[in-house]
Design a protein around this ligand. Structure first.
Ligand SMILES: *[C@@H]1O[C@H](CO)[C@@H](O)[C@H](O)[C@H]1NC(C)=O
Length: 288
């Protein structure tokens, strides 16, 4: 028995290298054939499922457009944060590289942020309300073309032409720095007659903030509006900055009056550093 077993094993060994090679080739081809066969069965179902969710053109069939329209669909995800004020959140509105590039440009010309003064206010009486540093950059000044792309995208989501936008105000908040709650729109009763009005604001967060630095809406859904609100307090709807994400809110109601719930501020940064690019959008075209 032993010798027979041995001889069988020996027999296998005696097949030699060419036969082993042929055997391997045989199994390899068998495997290849099987995999092609199976994948042929699988591929159509997998592909059609992908196509169902991705091919907007096929599902919705774009309409013929006017001269300035698009012949394709655009998908820009957003989340409604609030109806009072009307506030939308856009995850991944800009890429990490775009954010880094904007910060790099802004860093060269930062100055202490200033404040539009109300009747009777002075720089001295308003000290501490807005403590960030910032700089104004128009899209045409950015040779990388990134601000132009961002501006274009903001115009698409607001459907307010980019000619209505002020230059980007890029802001840096260091630890302890903040902007007390305020309106972006200018009430003529407090600021005097206005040539135009800010309709909406778009904030593009250029950095994450480890702690603090939230954009806060204290009067969201008319809460805290009993007249006792302390403007330095960070209460109400808080939006934590996330790099690349956008926040859009409207300062005017559809009928053109100032939305009192659009009061907002920037909570003090507790850990880290906050960078944000702000675009104020007006009701009429801006020079420049
Ligand atoms: C505008 O709309 C608001 C909210 O609906 C309303 O309270 C206000 O009176 C309106 N103002 C004018 C001038 O129509």
């Amino acid at each position: 028995m032993k010798s027979r077993g041995k001889s069988v094993i020996g027999g296998w060994w005696n097949l030699g290298l060419p036969s082993v090679f042929l055997l391997c080739l045989f199994f390899f081809l068998l495997g290849l054939f099987a995999s092609v066969l199976f994948s042929q069965q699988d591929v159509p179902t997998v592909r059609s499922r992908v196509l169902e969710s991705v091919d907007l053109e096929k599902d919705f069939n774009p309409l013929p457009t006017g001269v300035s329209g698009d012949d394709s669909f655009t998908s820009i995800p957003f989340q409604v944060l609030s109806w009072f004020p009307r506030a939308l959140y856009f995850p991944n509105f800009a890429s990490i590289e775009q954010c880094q590039s904007i910060i790099k440009i802004a860093k060269t010309s930062l100055e202490p942020s200033s404040l539009a003064l109300r009747k009777g206010e002075t720089e001295e009486t308003t000290k501490g309300i807005r403590t960030s540093s910032g700089t104004f950059i128009s899209a045409s000044e950015d040779k990388t073309g990134i601000l132009d792309l961002i501006e274009e995208k903001i115009a698409r989501v607001t459907m307010i032409p980019k000619t209505h936008g002020e230059a980007f105000n890029v802001l840096r908040y260091e630890i302890g720095q903040r902007y007390q709650s305020h309106y972006d729109a200018f009430d003529p009763a407090q600021y005097g007659p206005q040539n135009s009005q800010r309709v909406a604001s778009f904030l593009l967060y250029l950095s994450d903030v480890e702690e603090g630095g939230e954009t806060v809406f204290p009067f969201e859904s008319a809460q805290n509006m009993d007249g006792t609100y302390d403007y330095s307090k960070c209460i109400g709807l808080k939006v934590k900055p996330r790099r690349g994400d956008g926040l859009l809110f409207y300062s005017l109601l559809p009928n053109g009056t100032i939305d009192l719930t659009s009061l907002h501020g920037s909570c003090p940064v507790i850990r880290g550093e906050k960078w944000v690019a702000t675009k104020w959008i007006r009701n009429i075209e801006q020079d420049e």
